[in-house]
Design a protein around this ligand. Structure first.
Ligand SMILES: C[S@@+](CC[C@H](N)C(=O)[O-])C[C@H]1O[C@@H](n2cnc3c(N)ncnc32)[C@H](O)[C@@H]1O
Length: 176
């Protein structure tokens, strides 16, 4: 039986990007583009919950030699990402989850709007899985929010709190 979350994202796939941009504004794009330059030195990158794949074109432009493993749970999101990337042989598409991360080390991992989908009880397990795939010496930048801005009611977006900010692998802010 198909996973409920996969079915939800399959349904959303034709208009997910538009909806996200309408709800959050252009910052959702700018914040993701901003970090692409950090991957210039990377050889092998893991993208988890990549969605429609809009980021692949600017990413491959910024990092022309990078090899990418691109994982998403939703068949329709994966198909959309394949369409965007055309015949780019440097991208290996995997229909699956964090449980399907290939057994290799990455020097970069992108988890845009992915970690915030997990409940508090499961997030640590997911992070442990991801950490196991990161090459020694690589550091993470990310923000943990109290709720997912894409799934809460629009009038509650303003109440979302930043719980923790990690920069260069170090916690630089933790809500008390
Ligand atoms: C909120 S969207 C973010 C998409 C994209 N990263 C972006 O920022 O535009 C989350 C994506 O993660 C996928 N997803 C949900 N749970 C997943 C899981 N456990 N493993 C892999 N992908 C998952 C969904 O199908 C969806 O494409």
């Amino acid at each position: 039986m198909k996973n409920r979350i996969a079915t939800g994202f399959d349904f959303l796939s034709p208009f997910y990007d538009l909806l996200a941009r309408l709800i959050i504004g252009k910052d959702i794009v700018n914040s993701q583009l901003h970090f692409l330059k950090s991957f210039r030195e990377c050889n092998r990158l893991l993208i988890l919950g990549g969605g429609s794949g809009w980021i692949l074109e600017p990413l491959c432009k910024a990092c022309p030699d990078i090899q990418i493993d691109y994982i998403d749970l939703s068949p329709k999101m994966i198909n959309a990402a394949k369409r965007i990337s055309g015949k780019n042989v440097r991208i290996n598409f995997i229909l699956g989850t964090e449980n399907d991360i290939p057994d290799r080390l990455y020097d970069g991992v992108i988890t845009n709007f992915y970690l915030d989908m997990f409940e508090k009880q499961t997030i640590e397990k997911v992070i442990e899985k991801i950490k196991g795939s990161i090459a020694v010496g690589m550091l993470a930048d990310f923000t943990l929010l109290s709720e997912n801005p894409l799934t809460v009611a629009p009038e509650r977006i303003k109440d979302i709190k930043v719980e923790e900010v990690i920069i260069g692998g170090k916690s630089v802010y933790k809500a008390t």
